[in-house]
Write a protein that binds this ligand. Structure first.
Ligand code: GDP
Ligand code: MN
Length: 396
């Protein structure tokens, strides 16, 4: 799960990291009011940033400065509703504009191969790190945190010096260590600060000081670990989740869309994988991975059917259920209900074995479903049905 910049920054603040203040606004007048508060507090300018779950907002025109409340309102009005790489901007972050001296890059990422946390830092901040990796790979410093002790002071100092942050050593060490603590505290896969910036600030006595701050923040959380962190689910942005992902999550289904034509409804992740393999072997292409889970009842089956049918590419459906905790007759009942409601008529092949398979078979026969005894047979029939539908579609 990707977090919006403002939410990612809240987590950083909770871990004691230096982040400039901000407010989130949903309308241009709200942005103006926020800007006026920051300007009254002594800011020369404010920064207005699109909140969308995509990088490169700056280049796309989604990050702008404004010097007055009226200008902030106008700029926010331009950014709100803007399309950035397919995402519509629905909110903006407003904060005092930073006077940037230099931009750096610093991130903590889960390194699966090394089974640990990898820190990546660079003095080439503000630009896409992938570009730096391509054009100037030596400019990226890499270092692993200790698996038990986290990022140790000496390692953090080594990283800071290598990044050219010797003049801000104390702050750089605290931030690097803070990224690792943040990763661990929330089970994040990625905590990225780009830019980590040296900014110039004027104190109340008029003297200027330079300070290291996290100007942007990107955090990706491990979905499978969300159950360990009760409050974090609330940070999911409903505006930016694909509708089918949302439906699947709410119905308790594991659903991954693919680009084939045969919709698959299966119980159990392993069986779902095997079913997809067999569809491929029979010459077809699965339209999705869908695990309805153990003990699925009729309503869950109906929800799964709706998800499958919502994909216009689906022209055949293969249902493969191995009844254990899941009762075959419950699934059959669910299929009958789903078909009664469905808006689109798609050929379906059903294979149900295991618990209450006999009762399921009787129900399916009465409702005139096409059934199959073995998985190979089911896959072959589904592929044939999909081909026939595809040809029919091509002719029509
Ligand atoms: P991204 O493009 O989506 O990564 O958004 P960022 O938050 O990283 O902003 C992009 C760029 O805008 C940064 O690299 C900065 O150069 C610039 N920027 C962001 N915030 C400020 C700010 O407060 N003041 C100034 N002067 N520039 C900023
Ligand atoms: Mn950035």
């Amino acid at each position: 799960m990707k977090l919006q910049e403002a939410d990612a920054k809240s987590l950083l603040v909770a871990q004691g990291l230096p982040v400039p203040v901000w407010e989130v606004a949903h309308t241009a007048p709200e942005a103006r009011a926020a800007a006026e508060r920051f300007l009254a507090d002594g800011a020369d300018k404010v920064v207005i940033k699109a909140q969308v779950l995509i990088g490169g907002r700056g280049k796309a025109g989604g990050v702008k400065l404004a010097a007055s409340g009226a200008e902030a309102e106008a700029v926010a009005g331009q950014i709100l509703g803007m399309d950035i790489k397919g995402m519509t901007v629905r909110k903006v972050l407003v904060g005092p504009a930073a006077d940037i001296v230099k931009e750096f890059y610093l991130a903590a990422v889960l390194d699966r191969a090394e089974r640990g946390i990898l820190l990546m830092g660079s003095a080439e901040g503000g630009v896409e790190i992938e570009r730096v990796a391509e054009t100037n790979p030596e400019a990226i410093v890499r270092l692993h945190a200790h698996p038990l002790l986290g990022l140790q002071d000496f390692a953090a100092r080594e990283l800071a010096f290598a990044m050219g942050l010797g003049a801000h050593l104390k702050a750089a060490v605290a931030i690097a260590k803070g990224l690792v603590t943040t990763m661990k505290a929330y089970d994040a896969d990625l905590v990225e600060i780009n830019p980590l910036a040296i900014v110039r600030e004027t104190g109340p006595d008029g003297t200027t000081v330079e300070r290291l701050v996290c100007l942007d923040a990107k955090i990706t959380l491990d979905d499978s670990a969300l159950a360990r962190h009760p409050g974090l689910e609330d940070l999911r942005d409903p505006d930016e989740e694909a509708p089918e992902d949302k439906e699947a999550r709410e119905a308790g289904l594991t659903f991954i869309k693919l680009d084939g034509t045969i919709g698959c409804m299966v119980n159990g992740a392993g069986l779902a994988m095997a079913t997809m393999d067999l569809v491929k072997r029979a010459g077809g292409r699965p339209a999705n991975f869908l695990d309805i889970g153990g003990g699925a009842r009729a309503d869950k089956v109906a929800a799964a059917m709706q998800l499958i049918l919502a994909d216009p590419k689906v022209n055949a459906i293969l249902v493969n259920i191995f009844g254990g905790i899941t009762r075959g007759d419950e699934v059959a009942q669910g299929l009958i209900e789903a078909r009664a409601q469905q808006t689109r008529d798609v050929p379906m092949v059903v294979r149900i074995v295991g618990t209450n398979a006999t009762e399921a078979a009787a129900l399916l026969e009465e409702a005139r479903f096409q059934t199959a005894g073995s998985l190979d047979e089911a896959a072959a029939k589904a592929v044939e049905a999909s081909r026939a539908a595809g040809t029919a579609g091509a002719v029509a």
